[in-house]
Write a protein that binds this ligand. Structure first.
Ligand code: XMP
Length: 429
């Protein structure tokens, strides 16, 4: 690691990730550690320039107020104390806050703003080579942002020692499996195993209307397919994963209970336990995207909207049928195309189509039809806990409606869902 680093020690503040991001945004690398970091651990960390001790609402654990160890206080690093309950709190106003942090980082700690994606990629290439040696690495490449960036980074570091497995479960968006093959096999010359598991997934999902049951089947079948492919390959020692910093932070710290379990890890059977390679585990999402850009991945892969693991499966409401699933996929492709034409793809957080399991009467070429509706959804949010609805200009809605009713088989009606979260969720199931 060539970069200077500021440590944020967690004394129970919920704003630690925010502070870590704010300092990284100034070009200085940060890492968050538990309050009881030992002197040995501290001295093993490279290029530490200063420490922020940040207390907050969770500072009292089991009736005792936690604090950093004496050794950390006495290690000779500049320390910024903050406790947002008390007088020493960092300002809440963004500009004032930045001023305080900048003064500490640059004037007091004399840190250099040398955290950038080029250095990060260079460092990681070296670290990956050191960790992996001449051994082989396996990666489940979904085509999402995180796994794509991990793949590109590993290809740069170890080339054909990496094998990527892309499982097409039939629930991906139009053109996605093709793009994975084009980018990774054709352009980056990766070892890519493409698994067409469409029939397998859709057969398992037949006649299953319950959303949670559908999710379980998709998740379990994915592990099974991936495991089968892993067994066919010989001499694999490592499993690469697209774990990112929020996954680790959300898995819980010593002061905050887990928000969700870290689902990237685990799932594979005992005899298939590989050593993990997780080169993105210290990056926030926007940094992962910047890393993807640095590695030359296409924008449409790097700046993708969030897409649920069960994919279009939870947008084909109730028991999935192949024809209705195609209606979801085709209408989604039209929505994305028209959003891109209107520039809305750059501003709207998430947008997609849903096809419920109902039919209504329509008329086409003077003939009565009895077909599905397509529901459009377009929402904005910061953390997906609440969401507001995008006010799409009427002319764009009309254009999308016209195209979907003309081009998508089995659809005669289009609706726009104007419900915020709450009361609705973002997805329909
Ligand atoms: P809801 O519908 O809960 O969605 O308001 C919030 C966000 O989570 C995504 N989502 C999922 N992501 N697996 C995922 O990986 C899932 O089962 C799942 N369900 C919802 C949803 O797309 C939205 O961004």
């Amino acid at each position: 690691m060539k970069q200077d680093m500021i440590l944020v020690l967690d004394l129970g503040s919920e704003e630690n990730p925010k502070i870590a991001r704010e300092i990284r945004a100034m070009g200085v690398y940060t890492e968050i550690y538990p309050h009881d970091l030992t002197a040995e651990e501290l001295s093993a960390l490279p290029n530490v320039k200063g420490i922020i001790l940040n207390g907050g609402v969770n500072r009292v654990v089991d009736g005792v107020e936690i604090d950093a160890s004496e050794a950390v206080y006495n290690a000779g690093f500049p320390i910024l104390m903050s406790d947002h309950k008390g007088e020493k709190a960092l300002p809440t106003d963004d500009a004032e806050r930045e001023k305080v942090l900048r003064e500490f980082v640059f004037d007091v700690c004399k840190a250099e703003a040398n955290w950038n994606m080029k250095n990060f990629v260079d460092d990681q290439v070296e670290l990956i080579r050191r960790q992996v040696g001449d051994k082989k690495v396996l990666l489940a490449l979904s085509g999402g942002v995180d796994s794509s960036v991990v793949a590109a980074l590993l290809i740069k570091a170890i080339g054909k020692q990496l094998t990527c497995v892309h499982v097409n479960h039939g629930l991906l968006r139009k053109g996605e499996p093709e793009q994975v093959v084009e980018v990774f096999r054709n352009q980056l010359d990766a070892n890519l195993v493409y698994v067409d598991a469409v029939d397998r997934f859709l057969d398992k999902l037949e006649n299953v209307p319950d959303p949670e049951q559908k999710r379980k089947i998709i998740g379990a079948e994915f592990i099974r397919v991936f495991e089968e492919e892993a067994r066919k390959l010989e001499g694999i020692s490592f499993l690469a994963q697209g774990t990112i910093y929020p996954d680790i932070i959300e898995s819980g710290t010593k002061t905050v209970k887990a928000v969700k379990s870290h689902h990237n890890v685990g799932g594979l059977p005992e005899d298939l336990q590989f050593e993990l390679v997780e080169p993105l585990k210290m990056l926030f999402k926007d940094e992962v995207r910047a890393c993807g850009v640095e590695l030359g991945l296409p924008d449409e892969m790097v700046y993708r909207q969030p897409f649920p693991g069960p994919g279009l499966g939870v947008r084909c409401i109730g028991a999935i049928t192949r024809d209705r699933l195609e209606a979801v996929r085709e209408s989604d492709a039209i929505l994305r195309e028209e959003f891109a034409n209107a520039g809305l793809n750059e501003t709207v957080w998430q947008y997609f189509t849903v096809v419920p399991d109902i039919k209504s009467v329509g008329v086409r070429d003077n003939v009565r039809t009895f077909e599905w509706p397509v529901i459009l959804r377009a929402v904005n949010t910061v953390d997906a806990m609440t969401a507001t609805v995008e006010e799409i200009p009427y002319a764009i809605l009309a254009k999308i409606t016209d195209r979907i009713t003309k081009e998508v088989k089995g659809v005669n009606r289009v609706l726009y869902d104007i419900t915020p979260k709450p009361s609705a969720t973002i997805e329909w199931e």
